[in-house]
Design a protein around this ligand. Structure first.
Ligand code: IVH
Length: 702
């Protein structure tokens, strides 16, 4: 019987609901079978990412086991999957001494420090092994969570401990047992591997960004203070004396090393160790790779410093390790860190500074956005003096007050944001902040719509909204008018040169020259920029118009179905809702926009000024259904030579393909780059077609 059949048989047995009538012996056999099935499903779900039964069926199996354990308490085993749901509350954490200390890492903050580290390793190894040794490195992502050591005896999870001071940590075994991706027994049933007499696995517990957002939303809804960041949320969630709280938190785990072991022989290098840990049932990071030179490490670092935002978890750098264990051993340790590894950190993304003021800005849709005025502070090489505070609830829930010392975060290209106040540093009694009653630009009373976090200025004549609309219209991705930025938008509107968007296309050099700092040359440049924008694709114009809920993607989707602005103007909400990806809210917003006479006049006027309002040939939709990759399932692994993962996924989806994260019988193609990892082995096992990047591009080109 395979796993699915065995599970269905067990479900029937549970459903018949005479678990009470089982003899002690039968109950014991049934419990053992349920434990085995639940472990296997856990592994498929959390490690292989490839479940074979429905969540409700899993829950039924789990409840069956819980019931048996209630009826026969002697059947509870330390590895029982029921431990994942919590239990009684303890009053403190016991201390545990780590048999082998959990070390920390020394840091490198720039390429010189990294090179200095590598040169030290080279010298040390060359002296010992002779010749010029250029050791190969394993480069891992440095997950930003908390370190944990999990010990297995005879294959069963017996202890989970925090790092603590490295020598002694806290016993969080019961909490660790609730984390679904940490196996309770190893190896997984289907892997025919020896069961270790003893094995300590080390890794990072963390919370995914998407889970973090949901967790904080829930916290706020329940009147609790949100966590500042995923790392704090992970640490706070693990160290709960009431284990059922830990169980309710979306904690994840990835392994990156081992401590002491007996009765097994792990491989002799870091990268193979990770693959080995994977086969023992531990999630390991898929982006790990070997590098033969510092140049390669540097390129990987550069790559991740821009792409880290694409990951669904936070990383604060890379961990570079000498790959071969005999070389690691030779290099040894200094005080509390290995010589064979270094953390190559990204520049800090957070800093503290004083919140000098909170001002509110009016967006192009009339939404009122509170913004922090900060004492300027350097974050990751940039001076930050303003940051978003999102909305009223954000400020109130975090109790942010003018005069507070606050944590500010700047991540990638995202607008800096205030994370939270440091209330301990608050001096005296700072007044609570509240939203002003009127629009700062036009004085109209502000309203907060039901179910929306933002306040709005509803005036159609609010100059601030119009300035923002002009700015948006000209921005990149919209009409992309070179030379027309935020400052010029203000000047044009305030000096009465632009009263409607279409006025932009009637501007003259003489008019522009009446503005401050405008000479002949600048005027000519701006006019050239405006002229060039007449030929932008329809989807860009559609986005530029600033219709509520019509972002860039929605605009592109619409243009697949409508060939001109006139055609869109005639569409009914029902027509629009037939389009995949267009829901009632978007459809209604579009129809409402075209109902306004002024907007219809705008469309006509733009067309009269020579602005393109029709679909361009390059916007013609490709018929996805006809493409040979349509409906096919792809899995990506390893790093591809030219495409990022996101780019590859997008191209596959553009021709109607699907991208999933793990290889199964349903996978049609595995796209493999360098250092592909375990997915590659699995694809080979299953006989899945394996493509390199070039072959993928050929396939996509049809
Ligand atoms: S190796 C002796 N690998 O970083 C080696 N650590 O600053 C010690 N971390 O406490 C750890 N990702 O919590 C290693 N891929 C990774 C890691 C990693 C995150 C954390 C770990 C450790 C801290 C050291």
């Amino acid at each position: 019987m395979n796993l699915v059949e065995a599970s269905h048989a067990a479900l029937e047995e549970i459903a018949s609901d005479d678990l009470e009538s089982l003899s002690a012996e039968e109950a014991s056999a049934c419990a053992a079978q349920l434990r085995k099935l639940l472990h296997a499903h856990n592994y498929r779900y959390h490690v292989l990412d490839d479940p074979v039964i429905a969540d409700v069926e899993y829950d039924r199996l789990l409840r069956g086991l819980q019931k048996l354990e209630r009826l026969h308490p002697d059947l509870v085993t330390p590895d029982s999957p029921t431990h994942r749901v919590g239990g009684s509350v303890q009053d403190r954490f016991e201390k545990v001494r780590h048999p082998v200390a959990l070390l920390s890492l020394s840091n490198a903050f720039d390429v010189d420090e990294l090179e200095a580290w590598y040169d030290r390793c080279r010298r040390g190894l060359s002296e010992h092994f002779g010749g010029d040794v250029r050791p190969v490195m394993t480069v891992e992502l440095k997950l930003d969570g908390l370190a944990v050591a999990v010990t297995y005896e005879a294959g069963e999870l017996v202890v989970g401990a925090t790092r603590g001071n490295g020598i002694e940590g806290e016993n969080i075994t019961r909490n660790v047992r609730t984390i679904p991706s940490i196996p309770l027994v190893i190896p997984p049933e289907e892997n025919d591997l020896p069961r270790p007499a003893r094995l300590e696995v080390r890794g990072e517990i963390f919370i995914r960004k998407s889970d973090f957002e949901r967790l904080n939303e829930r916290a706020v809804a329940e009147g609790e203070k949100p966590y500042a960041n995923p790392r704090n949320a992970a640490a706070g969630s693990v160290r709960q004396l009431d284990v059922s709280i830990t169980a309710s938190r979306p904690l994840s785990f990835m392994a990156y090393g081992v401590g002491p072991f007996e009765g097994v022989e792990p491989p002799d290098s870091q990268l193979s160790l990770l693959t080995w840990l994977g086969s023992y049932g531990f999630p390991v990071n898929e982006h790990t790779k070997r590098c033969a030179s510092i140049e390669e490490v540097e390129a990987t670092y550069e790559g991740w410093s821009t792409r880290r935002e694409e990951l669904d978890y936070e990383i604060d750098g890379l961990v570079v390790k000498i790959d071969a264990f005999d070389q690691q051993e030779e290099l040894g340790y200094v005080s509390n860190a290995p010589r064979w590894a270094v953390a190559y950190k990204f520049p800090a993304q957070e800093a503290t500074t004083t919140l000098k003021d909170i001002v509110v800005n009016v967006g192009r849709t009339g939404a009122i956005k509170p913004e922090a005025v900060l004492e300027p502070v350097h974050i990751g090489g940039v001076t930050v003096s303003q940051a978003t505070l999102h909305n009223e609830d954000y400020i109130v829930n975090r109790d942010i007050r003018i005069g507070d010392v606050v944590i500010v975060k700047r991540a990638g290209d995202v607008i800096p944001q205030v994370i939270k106040p440091i209330t301990e540093a608050r001096e005296g009694d700072l007044p609570k902040w509240s939203m002003p009653g009127r629009c700062p630009a036009c004085g109209t009373e502000l309203v907060r719509l039901p179910d929306e976090a933002d306040y709005y200025c509803m005036s159609t004549e609010c100059p601030a909204q119009f300035i923002r609309l002009v700015e948006h219209f000209a921005s990149r991705g919209a009409m992309d008018i070179e030379g027309l930025g935020a400052k010029l938008a203000v000047e044009l509107v305030e000096n009465g040169l632009v009263r409607h968007l279409s006025d932009i296309y009637r501007l003259t050099a003489d008019e522009l020259k009446t503005l401050d700092l405008f000479g002949e040359k600048r005027a000519r440049n701006v006019l050239e920029g405006i002229d060039a924008s007449r030929g932008r694709p329809l989807s860009q114009l559609l986005f530029a118009l600033g219709i509520r809920h019509v972002g860039r993607t929605t605009a592109e989707t619409l243009v697949e179905y409508v060939a001109s602005l006139d055609e869109l103007a005639e569409a009914s909400a029902v027509d629009l809702e037939r389009i995949d990806g267009i829901g009632a809210v978007i459809a209604e917003s579009i129809v409402d926009w075209f109902k306004v006479d002024q907007n219809r006049r705008l469309v006509r006027s733009l067309a009269e000024s020579g602005v393109n309002t029709k679909r361009l040939p390059e916007e013609e939709p490709v018929s996805a259904a006809e493409h040979q990759a349509a409906g096919k399932t792809f899995v990506l692994t390893g790093s591809l030579p030219t495409l990022t993962r996101t780019e590859a996924s997008e191209r596959i989806k553009a021709v109607g393909g699907r991208v999933t994260s793990s290889v199964s019988g349903n996978t049609d193609y595995l796209v493999a780059g360098d250092d592909p990892g375990s997915k590659y082995d699995r694809a080979q096992e299953l006989g899945t077609v394996i493509l390199n990047e070039e072959e993928l591009l050929e396939l996509l080109a049809g």
